[in-house]
Design a protein around this ligand. Structure first.
Ligand SMILES: [Zn+2]
Length: 162
C-alpha cells in the first residue's frame, strides 16, 4: 500500500440573508457565502486536500471560476467529480478530517450530518469523515462574521508501489 496526504484551505466572504450552504447542507443562518459556485467553503477545502494528495493541482485548475459551467454549481457535484478523478488514478480516500471556523451559527449535530453527507458523496464509510467546528473567538474577519474559513486534510491510499 502507498499513501499520500493532502491539505486544503478555503475562505469565503459572508453576505446578508441565508440559508448558508455548508458541508453539502442548507444551514439556517442570517447570511450566505459569496463565490462563483455555491461557495461551500468546507467542500472546497476538502476538494483541495484531495487534489493535493493526488498531485492534481488545485480547485481553481479543476473548476476555473472563469468557466460559466461552474457558476452557482453545487459543490457536492464538484466533490463527486474530484472523487472520480482521484479514483481513476487508482487512489482510494482513506479518511478526511476537516475544521470549519465560523463565528455563528453553532453547528452542533449538523457536523455529524455534514460528515455523513460528505461520506455519501465520496462513497466511503461515514466513520472515515470527520467534521469539526470552532469559532475565531471574535477575532479577525472570521470572528467578526465577515467570512467563514475551512481547513481539511485527506489521506489517499493505493495498492502497489510508487
Ligand atoms: Zn471556495
Amino acid at each position: 500500500m502507498r499513501f499520500r496526504v493532502g491539505q486544503g484551505w478555503d475562505l469565503h466572504r459572508c453576505a446578508p440573508s441565508g440559508p448558508l450552504t455548508l458541508g453539502g447542507l442548507a444551514v439556517e443562518a442570517d447570511f450566505h457565502l459569496v463565490g462563483h459556485s455555491d461557495a461551500d467553503v468546507l467542500l472546497h477545502a476538502i476538494i483541495d486536500a484531495m487534489l493535493g494528495a493526488a498531485g492534481l493541482g488545485d480547485i481553481g485548475m479543476s473548476f476555473p471560476d472563469t468557466d460559466a459551467a461552474y457558476k452557482g454549481a453545487p459543490s457536492g457535484e464538484l466533490l463527486k467529480k474530484t472523487a472520480d478523478d482521484v479514483a481513476r488514478r487508482g487512489w482510494s480516500v482513506l479518511n478526511v478530517d476537516a475544521t470549519v471556523i465560523l463565528q455563528n451559527p453553532r453547528l452542533g449535530e449538523l457536523k455529524g450530518r455534514m460528515g455523513r453527507e460528505i461520506a455519501r458523496i465520496l462513497g466511503i464509510d461515514a466513520a472515515c469523515v470527520s467534521v469539526k467546528a470552532k469559532t475565531a473567538e471574535g477575532l479577525g474577519p472570521v470572528g467578526k462574521g465577515e467570512a467563514v474559513e475551512a481547513q481539511a486534510v485527506c489521506l489517499l491510499g493505493a495498492r502497489g508501489e510508487n
